[in-house]
Design a protein around this ligand. Structure first.
Ligand code: ADP
Ligand code: ASP
Ligand code: MG
Length: 405
């Protein structure tokens, strides 16, 4: 059972979470509970780090920002003990949850479950594990990236071959789109791992992308539920187990995107390689890419990346010009774009989905700046000011309010 930041935001919310854990214990289950930091804590800690310096030591960043989870885990264990439950807290290093040393964005490599098993065998009913944390091979504290407690929970469920992995949050489950954007958003009864993976990686923060990847790989039975309202939530499962066949299951958006166009690049072999070599050396997360047909031997290359990386990307490209074979006439930057994506496994076998999407946006005079597709998703970049409107229009166009919940 994983409880996110809003589910452990204060002691009374912790008591609410603890009573859900208690019912599982009363049903005879051993439970591993993963908790996030109390709502707002991680952001505050990150702000403090950045206030000291924007060029901080990532190892100390992890030591600091992981601390919010320690407080939640200790408080939850105490709360459970006060209810007569044999519970104790575990920090990531105590498990140990072994990760890579990519500080602030580590990946779990191995979970040693011996310690937990021994304690369960000697009477522990609930292990409250601090989410988000790990330990590197250099014995430094690591963190798993924003939203990483979801991944802690799924990884533990996989390691223990748990019957279920329940992610408790502040909404009723996975919706057709972020319920905070449109009230027409509908909770889905089920969603496939593949669709959830696309939705998460394209901006739906209800589950961390990596947690869905792990659930898919290890076939973890994953549910998303509301901690405050009883309900059946959403089951993330295999495509074959989905009852309702939908063409489009969800719409998601990501607003901090920027579009950069390099104009007047020579249209000859090796040029794209040089552009993206500069960007990769500067650690830019390039997302969409398009290249136009050439005119007079010159072409344009457009790509998108997070808005926060625009300055570093521009600088890297400028510096790239020191290589005499690499040149461009102009870099045009649009910092105010958003990416809207529609996701659905039905797209594999249905035609006309792109047409419906583009037509709906066109009818509202929303200009599409870049398009990219994969087997089960179509993404477009649009002006950021149309983000909410575009989500609503597409929600209506694909009749998502009719989804079965
Ligand atoms: P927690 O603190 O419990 O981990 P998060 O804030 O990380 O919770 O994730 C839950 C939030 O994800 C919701 O409050 C909701 O606004 C947002 N969200 C975005 N897209 C979706 C979606 N398709 N379905 C449900 N929630 C979504
Ligand atoms: N507390 C961490 C964060 O805010 C991890 C999590 O909540 O999943 O990103
Ligand atoms: Mg989260």
């Amino acid at each position: 059972m994983k409880f996110g930041g809003t589910s452990v935001a204060d002691l009374s919310k912790m008591r609410n979470a603890a009573s859900r854990i208690q019912s599982e214990v009363e049903d005879g289950n051993n439970v591993i509970v993963t908790v996030s930091a109390m709502a707002g804590t991680t952001n505050k800690l990150i702000d403090k780090v950045k206030e000291i310096s924007s060029l901080y030591d990532a190892r100390e960043y992890d030591a600091i920002v992981s601390s919010g989870e320690n407080v939640s885990a200790g408080l939850m264990a105490l709360q459970l003990q006060s209810m007569g439950i044999n519970a104790r807290s575990w920090q990531g290093w105590q498990i140990p949850m072994k990760t890579t040393d990519h500080h602030s964005n580590s990946r779990i490599e191995e979970i040693d479950i011996e310690n937990l098993i021994k304690k369960f065998n000697s009477g522990m009913q609930v292990a409250v594990v601090a989410g988000f944390q790990g330990i590197s091979s250099n014995s430094r504290i690591t963190t798993l990236g924003r939203g990483g407690s979801d991944t802690t929970a799924v990884a533990l469920a996989a390691a223990f071959k748990a019957d279920l992995c329940d992610i408790y949050t502040d909404v009723d489950g996975v919706f057709t789109t972020d319920p905070r954007i449109t009230e027409n958003a509908k909770k889905l009864a089920q969603i496939s791992y593949e669709e959830m993976l696309e939705l998460a990686s394209l901006g739906a923060k209800v589950l961390q992308t990596r947690s869905v990847e792990l659930a898919m790989r290890y076939k973890v039975k994953l549910r998303v539920l509301n901690s405050f309202v009883e309900g059946s939530g959403t089951l993330v499962c295999d495509e074959e187990d989905i009852m309702e066949k939908r063409i489009v299951s969800g719409i998601t958006c990501s607003k901090d995107e920027a579009k950069l166009t390099l104009m007047g690049i020579k249209d000859k072999p090796g040029m794209a390689g040089m552009v993206f070599d500069c960007l990769s050396k500067a650690n830019i997360n390039v997302d969409m890419i398009i290249q136009n047909i050439s005119d007079d031997g010159l072409t344009d290359v457009t790509f998108s990346c997070p808005t926060s990386q625009v300055d570093v990307a521009s600088q890297a490209l400028e510096q790239g010009k020191s290589n005499e074979n690499f040149n461009y006439s102009k870099l045009v930057v649009d910092k105010y774009v958003a990416k809207i994506s529609i996701v659905g496994i039905g797209m594999r076998s249905h035609s006309g989905v792109a047409q419906t999407m583009f037509k709906a946006l066109g009818q509202e005079n929303i200009n599409i700046k870049v398009i990219s597709t994969s087997e089960i998703k179509i993404s477009v970049l649009i002006d950021r000011k149309y983000l909410e409107l575009a989500v609503q229009i597409l929600h209506d166009a694909f009749e998502l309010e009719k989804a079965q919940n």
